[in-house]
Design a protein around this ligand. Sequence first.
Ligand code: NAD
Ligand code: LMR
Length: 345
Amino acid sequence: MATQKISNFLTLFAPPRPMAAFPSNLPVLTVAITGAAGQIGYSLAPLIAQGLMFGPHQKVALRLLDLGTAQDALSGVRMELLDCALPLLHSVDITADPHVAFTGADAAVLCGAFPRRPGMERQDLLLTNAGIFKQQGRVIRDAAAAHCRVLVVGNPANTNALILATSGGLNPAHVSALTRLDHNRAVGLIAARLGPTGAAHRQAVIWGNHSATQVPDVESLSSAAAPLSADDAAYFHGEFIPQVQQRGAEVMKLRGLSSALSAAKAIVDHMRDWILGSEGRVVSMAVPSAGNPYGVPAGLIYSFPVTCAAGVWHFAPGAVLTEDIKRRMDASTAELVEERTLAGL
Ligand code: NAD
Ligand code: LMR
């Protein structure tokens, strides 16, 4: 057992295994959503059933997983989904059994976790949530389709994804974590500051952990954009960074709950771009760090700029990193290494 665990973990240090092609002709695409009775699940399921994640011609079967105590709520969600009379929605199954949820799944979005409440640090969550992802990694290995693409949303998302991939011995290149919400937050703030003309060709990148150490960056891949004015440069090197880093905490303070509708939209963006392709656009995804061109050590799930086509992502090359960005990236790396140690990996 211990030998198996070590060999699974070592795969995270090796260059990614080839990604199994994602089939383009599935009559019905089965998507498992965990924590589906929660707030993100409630916003996300209808977006998928409307065709926003897998396209306007792809039928989808939803498998909604939540705890036994949440089955009534899940029944209500199922009724509402059926009441939407959505032509792409093939079926909705609800369950408290991960085997039922993941059997034959083509894609899985893992939101099921205990969320951070105001005043809690994300790392406080790590030990509580680790057990969930250990178990689900093994069930996905045993029951899901070999090409299944997995997105971990539940926090701490990067390390939960690492736990999942390791415990299941999954192809690490099929496992990712959500930093697209941070990316979208950065894109929104760039547009608000610079307007459409100033924002043209300005590439947002999120490096590192989905946490307060993440590195929002508007310059490293923006060589084609107009130069920033001194005021704008001061904003993007200063206030902008904690604004993005703390956006989730800010929403939580105001709503008393963590972001849900923007998280659901970001999940759709992430999976759509991964599976249908990002059409040359660079987006941020937290993926295994092995083989990256930016000097981040292997063995982490770290957010990078990537492009995607047909279920396969590639590191976007060519980012020119300043010393400040490198220093910040190192701090995020150190946090992820610490989380990995705390998780016992
Ligand atoms: P929520 O509390 O509304 O829903 C979580 C659901 O998970 C609950 O219904 C709960 O019963 C369920 N759950 C708990 N353990 C489970 C298990 N073992 N199996 C299946 N279901 C289980 O929370 P939410 O607002 O929907 O957020 C979900 C997660 O996403 C949280 O961890 C939150 O911190 C995280 N989040 C991440 C991002 C990101 O960008 N990565 C953004 C927002 C929220
Ligand atoms: C977010 O970025 O909004 C969430 O990850 C916040 C949280 O901790 O749930």
